[in-house]
Design a protein around this ligand. Structure first.
Ligand code: PEP
Length: 276
C-alpha cells in the first residue's frame, strides 16, 4: 500500500534562526508517524542547515528546483548533482510559479527532471491547470499535455530511474495555489485518477506504486477530506508548511487516513460462529 507523502514547499521564505525553530519542532513531533513520509523543500542556501539539523531524523529534505544544465558557464544555476551533495532526497520540478514567472516550458521541466533522476533525486513533478483552462473545460487536456513528458518523454533508461527513485507527481491546480481556495475532494480525486490512468498507459505496476500528491491551499481543515480519497497520496504544502502546527497536524491527518485505508483494505478476520 502506498505510504502518504507530505512535502513543504518553503518558496522564498526562511532565515537561519526561524528555520532552526521550525525544523526542530518538526523533528520533535514527527517521528514514529505510521504510513507517512514527511519532507521539506527549502531555498538552496538553507540545504546545509537542513542537512545538519535533519540528518538523524525521519524528515527528508529537498530543493525547489534544479538546473536543466549539468555543468558549465551558467551563472547562478544550481545543478542536481550539487544539491544531492547536501543529502537532498527530493526536488520539485515544474512548479507553476516557475512556469509562470520564469516561463519554464514542459521541455525544460523534462530536462530538469532527467538531471534530478541521474543525480539520484526523487523529482516531484508538478502539473495543473489555470482557472481559465478549467472554466474552458480544458483541465484534463492541459494536465495530459504536461504528463506526456513523463509518460512518453522519458526513454526506457530514464523511466527505469523514475521507478527506482520513486518519482512523485503533484497535481496543483494553479487557481488553488496560495489563494485559500482548494479543489474539492471529488475534483482532485478525478484528476488524480486520470493521472494514474495515464501512467498505466506506459506501466501498470508503476501506476499502482507512484504517489500522486495534491497541492493548492491544503490546510488542517480540508486535509482529511482530500487525503482520504483513494488516489490522493499526500500533499504539497506552501503556506501550511511554514506554520509548524499546521504542517504537523496535516502529517498526523495523513497518518490517520493511511491507517483507515489499511484497515479497509485488509481482509476481515473470520467472524466466529457460535452454536446456539
Ligand atoms: C505550492 O506552492 O505548491 C502550494 C500548494 O502553495 P499553497 O499550499 O500555499 O497553496
Amino acid at each position: 500500500m502506498r505510504q502518504k507523502l507530505v512535502v513543504g514547499n518553503w518558496k522564498l521564505h526562511g532565515g537561519l534562526l526561524e528555520n532552526q525553530g521550525l525544523l526542530n519542532r518538526l523533528k520533535q513531533e514527527l517521528h514514529d508517524l505510521l504510513g507517512v513520509d514527511a519532507a521539506v523543500c527549502l531555498p538552496y542556501v538553507y540545504l546545509f542547515q537542513a542537512q545538519a539539523l535533519l540528518q538523524d531524523s525521519s524528515i527528508a529534505w529537498g530543493a525547489q528546483n534544479v538546473s536543466q544544465y549539468t555543468e558549465g558557464a551558467f551563472t547562478s544555476c544550481i545543478s542536481a548533482k550539487m544539491v544531492a551533495e547536501f543529502g537532498c532526497s527530493y526536488t520539485i520540478i515544474g512548479h507553476s510559479e516557475r512556469r509562470a514567472l520564469k516561463l519554464e516550458s514542459n521541455q525544460v521541466a523534462t530536462k530538469r527532471m532527467l538531471n534530478a533522476l541521474h543525480a539520484g533525486l526523487t523529482p516531484i513533478f508538478c502539473v495543473g491547470e489555470t482557472l481559465d483552462e478549467r472554466d474552458g473545460d480544458m483541465a484534463e487536456l492541459i494536465v495530459r499535455n504536461q504528463m506526456l513528458n513523463v509518460v512518453y518523454g522519458l526513454d526506457d533508461e530514464a523511466f527505469a530511474l523514475a521507478k527506482k527513485f520513486n518519482m512523485v507527481i503533484a497535481y496543483e491546480p494553479v487557481w488553488a495555489i496560495g489563494t485559500g481556495e482548494h479543489a474539492s475532494p471529488d475534483q482532485a480525486q478525478r484528476m488524480h485518477a486520470f493521472i494514474r490512468m495515464m501512467i498505466a498507459e506506459r506501466d501498470r505496476d508503476f501506476a499502482d506504486q507512484i504517489r500522486i500528491v495534491y497541492g493548492g491551499s491544503m490546510t488542517p481543515q480540508n486535509a482529511h477530506s482530500l487525503l482520504s480519497m483513494p488516489d490522493i497520496d499526500g500533499g504539497l504544502l506552501g503556506r501550511a508548511a511554514l506554520v509548524a502546527e499546521d504542517f504537523i497536524e496535516i502529517c498526523k491527518i495523513a497518518s490517520r487516513c493511511y491507517q483507515q485505508k489499511k484497515v479497509f483494505q485488509e481482509p476481515m478476520a473470520a467472524v466466529p460462529v457460535f452454536e446456539a
